[in-house]
Design a protein around this ligand. Sequence first.
Ligand code: 13P
Length: 251
Amino acid sequence: MRRTVIAGNWKMNFTPAEATEFIKVVKPLVAGKNKCDVIFCAPYVTIAAAQQAAKGSKIKIGAENVHFAEKGAYTGEVSAKMLTACGVEYVIIGHSERRQYFGETDETVNLRTKAALAAGMKVILCLGEVKEQRLSGITNEVVAMQTKLDLKDVTAEELKNIIIAYEPVWAIGTGLTATPEQAQETCHVIRETLAKLYGKKAANGVTIQYGGSMNEKNAAELLAKPDVDGGLIGGASLVPEKFAAIVDAAQ
Ligand code: 13P
């Protein structure tokens, strides 16, 4: 049985003090909601404060990216070893904002993923089509290709530490959400691709989240779909009541 995972991606939001305050408010709201895991991925400088605030709760704190080298001349980057040394277990890799604004490619996403897995981390691997690709009817091909390239040389054993977040780029931060049918169809294509690579049983064990303007109003419908096993939440993960309502929808 695969786990339902509701994860917040805070992006470039929250100082340590703001994160502490946020976690303090959201903690009782998600307490005892045992049908899903809850993760917040935070800016590097905010991680320690968030971890401290989340102590004693079900909330896990992750990072928003990780570099592929163990150490060296990579100004501004952080290694998997540094993250695990700080007690960070989860990391987002391949977010469309990284691909769009910071030149990340399937190749660097794959390198980062393998480095994180080798360090024993759990990866939330993001992929999804842009608007033009959906309008051209090539969404299925695009996500299948990304799945194959991003997971190149990842073993079946390592796949157990991968969560895939299907995030149609046109739905991120736009208020446009994929319909539950669109989310289901594309998450299913990702699972079929995993089945081709790793076999049906392994594919059925992978948590596949939907992300892109998921909120307290549309979450229940999206999460009801058989291949949608959770959500990666941006804007609504900054408001405790909205995030908690999504966790409720996953119960
Ligand atoms: P929004 O929920 O703000 O659309 O962001 C989704 C996202 O990018 C999560 O990684």
